[in-house]
Design a protein around this ligand. Structure first.
Ligand code: 5GP
Length: 192
């Protein structure tokens, strides 16, 4: 997706060989027009998949997910990372290890909003080692729902998550795949 690649190139900051900061449009300040285009792109990719629900994780997955939900006309559920006083009944939980924060969190989703008759599209901002997506897959499984696939805004193709998921037969659609990055240059995978 060219608009996204342009935003990454112009506004992204490579913090190390492995970490990209995109606070200017995705992780802190949000670019609504870009988010809308991202939503349209996901909706187009998954329009024939019978999606009934989008599942993401707070907080940075929410913006692209809500835009995709708007386009597909389906509700968006976000997994919570912190225990909530009101989220107490029929919880589906999974553990995920955060790549950027180096900590393990239990994520939870209420069974009320994810059920066995759902066909789910998982959306997240980044795909690195695949921990976050695996946690969400785990929750889809626990709900006995059907997984249609995964939509990722930025995949770091030099980390193992995307390849491992695809090898397992999971449909993974990433709008930009970074093959390598350094302070001066970000190289995208072409024509994937
Ligand atoms: P994974 O679970 O695939 O290893 O990592 C994905 C999660 O870690 C995403 O939800 C995202 O929040 C965070 N993440 C991983 N790599 C990066 C990165 O390079 N930049 C930013 N901003 N977040 C990342």
């Amino acid at each position: 997706m060219n608009l996204l690649k342009q935003a990454i190139t112009e506004k992204g900051k490579v913090l190390s060989d492995e970490v990209l900061k995109v606070d200017a449009f995705l992780n802190h300040q949000l670019d609504p027009e870009l988010m809308q285009q991202i939503g349209k792109e996901f909706a187009d990719l998954y329009k024939d998949a019978g999606i009934t629900k989008i599942l993401t994780i707070e907080s940075s997955g929410i913006a692209p997910a809500i835009m995709a939900g708007l386009e597909l006309g389906v509700p968006v559920v976000f997994a919570r990372k912190r225990k909530s006083l009101t989220l107490v009944d029929s919880l589906l939980t999974a553990n995920i290890h955060s790549f950027t924060k180096n900590e393990t969190n239990e994520i939870s989703v209420s069974n009320d909003y994810l059920q066995e008759n759902d066909t789910v599209l998982i959306i997240d901002d980044f795909l690195a080692n695949g921990q976050a997506v695996r946690g969400l897959l785990n929750i889809v499984e626990k709900a006995n729902a059907t997984l249609a696939g995964v939509g990722i805004v930025i995949e770091k193709g030099f980390q193992a998550g995307g390849d491992l998921l695809r090898e397992q037969g999971v449909r993974v659609e990433s709008l930009a795949i970074i093959d390598s990055m350094s302070e001066n240059k970000i190289t995208f995978r072409e024509e994937f």
